[in-house]
Design a protein around this ligand. Sequence first.
Ligand code: CAA
Length: 285
Amino acid sequence: MAVTIKKVGVIGSGQMGNGIAHVAALAGLDVVLNDVSDERLKSAMATINGHLSRQVAKKAITEDARKQALNLITTTGTLDGLADCDLVIETAVEKEEVKRKIFHELCAVLKPEAIVATNSSSISITRLAASTDRPERFIGIHFMNPVPAMELVELIRGIATDDNTFDTAKEFVGKLGKQVAVSEDFPAFIVNRILLPMINEAIYTLYEGVGNVEAIDAAMKLGAHHPMGPLELADFIGLDTCLSIMQVLHEGLADSKYRPCPLLVKYVEAGWLGRKTQRGFYDYR
Ligand code: CAA
């Protein structure tokens, strides 16, 4: 039986974390947003306010709803601040050791009946669940970027995830006004299993000189009606995240068709991670 979530914790206040906090607060839930520095939290709150104000300007929500949503979000610099949440969603970087460390510290303070979720875009849910004290109350809740605009959320059960946890997560996603796609626990799940090889292939197309950045993006926008070109989308997702997902596919499925393009590796080594560092396939400086 589903348990109703009243208070949700979000670990990480980057583009995914602040987007989840935004939609959860708009749905009337209490939200506690956690990150390692006050500066990051302040910047996340400013981003959320900016996106809410844009929705007000577009008449998608009322000014009262904007204020109410902001009032429902509190911030905390420590995982202790999430102790009384019913559900905590982790949105840290796609590095397994970082996530494991967070879960270890989180589970020590969290009430035993609380559900722990990861927004991981590719890592095995079963393996992450096994690193916690509650594999049966652990689940993948994978949002798409930008969270307020995208309708889909993938739900991924680990081998031990129980029915209550799955039903609760499904009800929570429904409350946020999103649609659920259920994925089995395979590398990169459904969306990224399909999307990332396409993006990687676009990078190979650039690497091999088949077309330049503008031609590749225009080709897919105008020729396949994609809302963003694949290279623009890669910059938007973050090139480090794109590389991590391709590595998970390559290692997990042991097939050379998932080999990350050397140009993607080089850009990440250069620290050109896309929009967040103001340089990727495009220059945002
Ligand atoms: N943050 C929050 N909301 C945003 C946003 C942002 N960065 N950018 C746009 N939006 C919202 C706007 O507020 C607007 O909302 P309303 O409909 O409520 O008014 C809506 O998105 C549409 O925005 P615009 O009309 O300004 O812009 P657009 O028509 O150019 O659409 C877009 C923008 C929705 C981002 C569109 O370009 C798009 O769909 N791009 C593809 C995005 C995509 O493929 N995402 C999936 C990435 S894969 C992933 O996330 C999985 C993973 O693990 C890597």
